[in-house]
Design a protein around this ligand. Structure first.
Ligand code: AR6
Length: 173
């Protein structure tokens, strides 16, 4: 039993009012395209200055910065796996992204967390598989850490992602 509300919502993660938002970054942590580019643009130039001090991030790991101009207090930067057919450890690396991001949220006492669909854009991870891994990993983490989070959202940029995450969350019930 836990009191955490898990949901899929359609929208732009940079506008979300959560304690922490997660960035689908690359290992340099110095910005890029997709959600990473949108977060850096919205947070402002101070973000990349703090990121430079972090010394990069390995696939599956996560590092935290302040949110700067975002409504979110924290940005949790994680590096998802590049999809290489599914036999190269992609699933366990994606699981680590969600677990390590939630560990960072716990450390910062962030009660509400918004995730993008990590790896499903430029990194090519199949959407349905990614949504299942995200939903299962997050639900298990919440189950192991009851009462730590009030709300965790999977922010979907389009209809396809929204329905994949809705299905994955329904399967948990
Ligand atoms: N809000 C929510 N979701 C978004 C947004 C947004 N503003 N913009 C894109 N998405 P991607 P990846 C969705 O490519 O696959 C970057 O260049 C998008 O539709 O941003 O992990 C990094 O620097 C997709 O569903 O991240 C890395 O080099 C999801 O976010 C690389 O891309 C992830 O797409 C990381 O690739």
């Amino acid at each position: 039993m836990c009191d955490t509300f898990l949901e899929a919502v359609k929208g732009n993660i940079v506008t979300m009012e959560f304690d922490a938002i997660v960035n689908a970054a690359n290992s340099s942590l110095l910005g890029g395209g997709g959600v990473d580019g949108a977060i850096h643009r919205a947070a402002g130039p101070e973000l990349v200055h703090e990121c430079r001090l972090l010394g990069g991030c390995k696939t599956g790991q996560a590092k935290v910065t302040k949110g700067y101009n975002l409504k979110a207090e924290w940005i949790i930067h994680t590096v998802g796996p590049v999809w290489r057919g599914g036999e190269k450890g992609e699933s366990s690396q994606l699981t680590q992204c969600y677990e390590n991001s939630l560990c960072c949220a716990l450390e910062k006492k962030a009660c509400s967390v918004a995730f993008p669909a990590i790896s499903t854009g430029r990194f090519g991870y199949p959407l349905e598989k990614a949504a299942k891994t995200a939903a299962h990993t997050t639900a298990e983490f919440v189950w192991r850490n009851p009462s730590q989070f009030s709300r965790i959202a999977f922010v979907c940029f389009d209809e396809a992602a929204n329905s994949a995450f809705d299905c994955a969350l329904e399967e948990l019930a």
